[in-house]
Design a protein around this ligand. Structure first.
Ligand code: ADP
Ligand code: MG
Length: 729
């Protein structure tokens, strides 16, 4: 019965690494080979067009139609030289992936033949026939159609035979239907607010960019084993499977030697990523067996988000060429660590200053502290929203489930920075500012060593940790679009900085000198934002109680957490910063609830099918064998001996009956609970019903399946087991 399982396991063990052709050039030479970067723009565009396009990219200038035609012509020439025959608007709808619809360059030439054509009109805007993307009711097929519009701040690139054009995706009525449009608005907002605050310290700053460096965790699994697990195939995670006797307890995987098959995959992936202009840098084994991490050098946030989306799809493609499947699900296996995507975030100026990095002079450090404290305030005020921004049906398995990170947002600063803030909080303003000689004021702000990055002073349990020159938002899910977290964070910081400036300006207007005015507001914020600072163990029970006392958001139910998007504070924040309207937020929440429901619904269906087609039949077959054996004993031995000799078998027979009947009954019950939930028309209520009544049943049923896995003859068990799935040779 289970020959398939042994065959796929055997094949997985015997598979050899794929030979990877390393390019002859050095990485610095093939980096960006398939990207229409500035170097290529310069080469393929007339110089006036090039200058205009740079202005568009750097300063948000608008591009007129004739310019767009010239840009499109240059792009087409470059892309066709690389073998591209098609182009697509590449966008990020409210699903986990990206969307694209390819059109070829060919057009009639008017003389009965064909020619390659690509106009500015096609570059700038398109109408993807996209009535079936999630839109939360904003765009129904009759009312308004959506369109995609070119985002010149992220360069176009070629994948295989297609020129890909990063675009936003918007309804004709103006609402955004994707992640990119609100992200660009959030980045614009934080740019404006941060530039204004920078001007207190340096009038030359013209632009502040948000930076993002993501660290992508993932699992690899042999494709044969993957194909033999319908749960992995259909839901991205194992819905059953008893823990292997050995998994991560020896801590021998983290930073261990990379298996050669995996090393070949990584090498191939990195070459292709670099060719696409993704500056990948770091690779290592992660904590769980078969778990790995990839991280690039940080980039401007919008580009980094695009690159993360691109690398996730590249990973899927390259993995297949190596006989693997990549699992981006946050929790593919029970009992071993799940995968996250740390979002390293900071702000930096066009004058080359990292605003989250300490400086050398007291004045520079006041600027540093200003940005740190405003970030803390933003995270404090919107901690519930930030949690909602990274919450999903799949990430819910990590958050609060005793694994990095807890379902409460707090921030770890480390001892040095905490001391500086405490010092500022405790001293009076005139103690911090003394009047020096010629140079006017002197600041008594402690020297901060430039390198705060101290590995002994790191807190792995903190969801939002300061790490030297940036904050690391660690709660983001491995499968998520980073944009969701980045929209919430950058908007919150923008709102906070705007408010900070208003307060400082008001004090200045009342006659307070600038520096004391800044210090006064910073000190007030240090006091106010204190509840968000937490340096202890985020996994402990005491922290949950403490956090509740501090008034932090402690909700753990995924669908209820989404309510955070619709609180008056969140709506006001998104609207005042021009990022999203109430209508958009409502529509997007509909999508979130609907997606949640669908995910649990699919899992419940898959589990039901697997139970009835695989688990119960195998268990009963094994049970019949045992029953058979007991009967045969009866023919051989006298009755009084049979009961003794068969005691063990009889016990197993009973156990199997117990587990199978529990499973069958509860699968039926789960079907009924689904029927009830499906009748609910309100998406939020429906998602809550799925969360409260159906999701827990998946776990209860699984418990009994996993018990059966331990009892039933290994030869008969059809599904590959954890010990087979989790060890790549
Ligand atoms: P660790 O695992 O120790 O956190 P990694 O080297 O794996 O460190 O990843 C750190 C990530 O943070 C990289 O993507 C790096 O480019 C990024 N990073 C470093 N400095 C900044 C910064 N100022 N702003 C944003 N990201 C940064
Ligand atoms: Mg990190």
């Amino acid at each position: 019965m289970s020959t398939l399982r042994f065959k796929v396991v055997e094949k997985a063990f015997q598979t050899k690494p794929v030979e990877v052709n390393t390019p002859k050039e050095r990485p610095s030479e093939y980096f960006g080979k398939y990207v229409f970067n500035r170097e290529k723009m310069f080469k393929y565009l007339p110089s006036s067009v090039y200058a205009k396009l740079v202005d568009v990219m750097d300063n948000g200038a608008t591009l007129d139609r004739s310019m767009a035609d010239a840009v499109a012509e240059g792009m087409k020439r470059w892309a066709t030289e690389l073998g591209a025959t098609h182009y697509t608007h590449w966008f990020q709808p409210l699903t986990e992936g990206t969307a694209e619809k390819h059109d070829s360059f060919v057009e009639h030439d008017g003389k009965g033949g064909m020619m390659e054509e690509f106009s500015g009109k096609l570059l700038v805007q398109q109408e993807p026939d996209a009535s079936s993307f999630p839109n939360g009711g904003i765009r129904n097929t009759f009312e308004a159609r959506g369109y995609s519009a070119w985002d010149p701040s992220s360069p176009v690139f070629v994948v295989d035979d297609t020129l890909c054009i990063p675009t936003v995706f918007i309804a004709y009525t103006g609402e955004s239907l994707d992640y990119k449009a609100p992200l660009l608005k959030a980045l614009r907002a934080v740019n404006k607010a941060a530039v204004d605050v920078c001007h207190y310290f340096d009038p030359d700053v013209r632009k502040v960019s948000a930076y993002l460096g993501w660290e992508q965790e993932y699992f690899l699994i042999d494709e044969g084993l993957y194909a033999a697990r319908p749960d992995l195939l259909l839901t991205g995670r194992t819905l059953m499977g008893h823990e292997a006797s050995k998994n991560q307890q020896l801590e021998d995987h983290y930073f261990g030697a990379i298996p050669s098959r995996v090393a070949a995959f990584m090498k191939d992936l990195e070459i292709q990523a670099l060719e696409l202009g993704i500056p990948v840098k770091t690779r290592h084994n992660e904590v769980a067996p078969n778990q790995f991490e990839l991280a690039p050098i940080y980039e401007e946030c919008n580009l980094a988000v695009d690159h993360n989306m691109l690398i996730m799809s590249l990973m899927r493609k390259v993995a297949r060429n190596h006989g693997f499947r990549v699992l981006l699900h946050e929790k593919p296996f029970k009992g071993v660590n799940g995968s996250g995507k740390h979002n390293n975030w900071s702000l930096g100026t066009d004058t080359g200053i990292l605003l989250m990095a300490p400086g050398k002079t007291p004045e520079e450090n006041l600027r540093f502290i200003t940005f740190i404290v405003n970030t803390l305030m933003a995270v404090y005020r919107h901690n519930g929203l930030l949690k909602a921004s990274i919450m999903s049906a799949t990430n819910a398995h990590r958050l609060g489930a005793n694994e990095a990170p807890p379902a409460i947002i707090s921030s770890f600063l480390g001892t040095q920075l905490s001391k500086v803030l405490d010092h500022m909080e405790d001293s009076a303003t005139d103690e911090l500012v003394s009047l020096g000689g010629k140079h006017g004021m002197k600041l008594d702000i402690p020297q901060i060593p430039e390198l705060l990055i101290d590995n002994t002073d790191r807190n792995r349990t903190s969801p939002f940790a300061f790490t030297g020159n940036r904050f690391e938002f660690r709660a983001v899910g491995s499968e998520a679009n980073c944009a969701s977290a980045m929209i919430a964070l950058n908007t919150a910081v923008a709102e906070q900085l705007t408010e900070f400036k208003q307060k400082v300006d008001a004090l200045i207007e009342q006659g307070e000198p600038k520096i004391p005015a800044i210090i006064q507001v910073v000190r007030e914020y240090i006091k106010l934002s204190k509840p968000i600072r937490f340096d202890g163990n985020g996994y402990s029970e005491e922290w949950k109680e403490e956090a509740a006392r501090r008034g932090l958001d402690c909700e753990t139910s995924c669908p209820v957490i989404f309510d955070q998007y619709l609180t008056p504070e969140s709506i006001s924040m998104f609207e005042s910063e021009g990022v999203m309207t109430k209508k958009e937020l409502e529509a997007r929440n509909e999508v979130k609830w609907e997606t949640y429901t669908k995910k649990i619904q699919i899992e419940a269906r898959v589990l039901g099918d697997l139970v009835m087609n695989h688990i119960v039949p195998v268990a009963i077959e094994y049970q019949s064998k045992l029953i058979d054996n007991v009967f045969k004993m009866k023919g051989l031995f006298p009755d009084e001996e049979v009961s003794e000799l068969s005691a063990e078998n009889l016990a197993i027979i009973r156990k199997i009956s117990g587990h199978t009947s529990y499973i069958k009954e509860h699968v039926d019950e789960m079907v009924n609970a689904r029927k009830v939930a499906n009748k609910i028309t309100d998406e939020r209520e429906k998602a809550i019903a799925y969360h409260d009544h159906i999701a827990p049943m998946l776990e209860q049923i699984r418990y009994h399946i996993d018990k059966l896995e331990l009892i039933v003859d290994d030869q008969m068990w059809t599904l590959p087991k954890y010990r087979e799935l989790l060890f790549i040779r």
